[in-house]
Every structure is written in C-alpha cells, then in structure tokens.
Ligand binder design. Structure first.
Ligand code: CA
Length: 357
C-alpha cells in the first residue's frame, strides 16, 4: 500500500468519525416538554389522548422527546391552556378550541358547531377540505400550532331536571353549555355558563345550574348526572366535537425534523384512538342504561323546540360574522363542505342505517 492510499483511508476514517460523532450528539439531545390539559387526571378518554400521545412519542423517539402531562389538578387552570402554551409556560396543551371564543371568536368553529359537521365529515374537512390551513391561519397570530386532538362523536343534548315540552320550558333555566350552542341557548332565554369538568356534578346537585350538557353516555354516566337530572336529551349542538392539541410554535421549530414528524404522527394516532375509545365507552354504557339505570328518561326535543334552536342558530350565525372576515371564511368553508359531504353521508350511513336498525 502506498502513502497516497493510506492518507485517503485516514481522511475517510476521520470524516466518518466526525460524521458519526455529530450524528450521535444530535441523537443524544433530549427534549423535555410539558403539556397542560383542561381535563382531570382520571377523565377518560379525554385525558388518555395526551397521555398516550406522550407515551408514543417517547417510544418512537427512543427517549429523545419526553412530554410530561399535567392534568388540571396540577396547574389549576382548566381554561388557561391557550394562554399557558402561548406564553411558553407549557410547550403543549390539550383542550377544546371553543373555550377560546371569548379571546378570539375565530377559534370557535374548529371544535364543533350546532347542526354542523359530524366527526367523519369534520376530519375529512380538516385533512382534505382545507380545514387544517384555516386552523393554521387562525392560530398563527397566537404563535401556536393547533392539531385535531380527538373527537367525541355526536354528543347528547344534556341532562335536565324536568321535561322540556315547549320553548317556554327552557326560559330561565341555568345551563352549562359551551361554544356557539351556548349563545343559541342564551338567546332563547337561558342563563348560560361554562364550568370546569371537575365541578360539574356538584354544580348540578347543589342547584347552581338546572341543566348541563357534557358528552355522551360513556363519560356522562361516570359523572353521575342521572342521579339528579333524569331527563337525557339527544343532541343537536355538538355533532362532532373535536378536541385539540396546541403546540408552542417556537418550541416546535426548535425540534429536529424527525422529532417534529414523530410528534405530529403521535398526535394524529392518539386523536383517532380517543375517538374510538369514546365510541366504545358509550356503546357499553348505552347497552346497560335501560337495565341498570331505569330512572333515566331518554328524550328528543319536540319539533317546536328544535325549530326554535335551528332558527336562532341561523340568525346568530348571520350576526356573528359581521365585521369578522376570517370567521366568515371558516364558517363558509365548513358549510360548503357539509353541503357536499352530507349527500354522501346520506347515501352511505343514513340509508344503510335506516333499513338496518
Ligand atoms: Ca359537550
């Protein structure tokens, strides 16, 4: 072997070593993040979405990205998630977009809208119908990124102490109902409030509120609402509530590309897992409801009430977009998508179910 060959080999060897050491240094850097949720530590399946996401991220990144999940009992700010992620106290959050309607009305439709998109329609809109682009545009001014965080599916209309036969029966009731549905109810004469999940049962039991909507049988039965308010109405107001993951934009941009991809993938998978977990929980609870909780009275709002809800929803929808071009753009996009997708929903699910119940 001549000198020339030896030198080349040495150069190649040292370049390889240099390359390897840079790669191993990058591989060794560990990112430790914190995530704040609106939910309490045992509130399945909502709390499971961020918890499973964090577990997946840690495994897939071989420990290079570790995310500590803080439930609401730890940070004591169930409705402060957006502010905490925006301010950088937390790198991530898990909550619901309509909780920020008072800070920024444009965030509201990314959760759910009364008489709006069902879960499959909304996910199709998010990932294929322009929804993600509009969500990015909306949250850019808050310097956070928002991702779908798991859907509740179609929700139940809520628990009432008394039967609702007319629009007048609604007037004067104090009800916990968030989002745009709360605005609709307020216009119909109810006093509307939002209460942190951990205080819902006590509020209903003590009469601080007369009625509430929460999610569906899988989650509601565990809360015990049926013990104090036996009338359980079917839904109109949250046909596909989507939760959300929030990520501080600067923190996200500091991650290497592979960890960004791992994070985005884990959020998407855990969101899907939460949707089916909740579906399963409701299926189980519903199947036991009639035999185990005979005092629960399942009701659908009478036509008079549904017509009033629809009409009020329409009037308020026209009012809120005045002077709000981005909100109008988002709602127009959702409604155009719903019009298109609903024909297929009817052809596929509705016509199939109609003859097979
Ligand atoms: Ca709800």
């Amino acid at each position: 072997m001549n000198m020339f060959g030896k030198t080349t080999k040495l150069l190649v060897a040292s370049a390889l070593l240099a390359g390897l050491s840079t790669a191993s240094m990058a591989a060794e850097k560990v990112y430790k993040w914190k995530l704040a949720t609106t939910w309490g530590p045992t509130l399945s399946p909502f709390i499971d979405a961020p918890t499973k996401m964090a577990e997946m991220v840690e495994k897939m990144s071989d420990g290079r990205l570790q995310i500590r999940v803080d439930a609401s009992n730890k940070h004591k700010s169930a409705f402060g998630i957006l502010d905490m992620v925006k301010g950088g106290q937390y790198d991530m959050g898990h909550s619901a977009s309509y909780y920020w309607k008072g800070k920024d009305i444009n965030t509201m439709p990314f959760s759910t809208m009364p008489f709006g998109l069902t879960t499959p329609e909304q996910y199709a809109w998010f990932y294929h119908g322009g929804g993600m682009e509009l969500m990015k545009k909306t949250y850019a001014k808050h310097k956070v990124l928002s991702f779908p965080g798991g859907s509740s599916g179609n929700q139940m209309g809520g628990w009432f102490r008394k039967e609702i036969n007319t629009v007048d029966d609604l007037k004067g009731l104090k009800m916990r109902i968030p989002g745009f549905a709360g605005e609709v109810m307020a216009k119909l004469g109810l006093t509307v409030t939002n209460i942190a999940p951990g205080e819902l049962y006590t509020s209903l039991e003590r009469g601080t509120i007369d009625a509430l909507e929460w999610v569906g049988p899988g989650m509601d039965i565990n809360m015990g609402f049926h013990k104090v308010a036996p009338y359980y109405y079917t839904g109109w107001h949250e046909p596909g509530l989507d939760l959300q993951f929030l990520v501080n934009e600067r923190a996200f941009n500091k991650l290497p590309k592979d960890l960004q991809e791992i994070l985005v993938t884990a959020m998407r998978v855990s969101a899907y897992d939460m949707y089916i977990q909740n579906y399963h929980m409701s299926a189980e609870a519903w199947s036991k409801m009639i035999s185990e909780y005979p005092n629960i009275k399942i009701k659908t709002f009478p036509k008079e009430v549904m017509d009033a809800l629809k009409q009020t929803n329409k009037e308020l929808r026209a009012e809120i977009v005045k002077g709000q071009p981005l909100l109008k753009e988002i709602l127009d996009s959702q409604e155009a998508y719903q019009k298109k997708a609903r024909k297929w929903t009817e052809m596929s699910d509705y016509l199939y179910l109609k003859d097979n119940l």
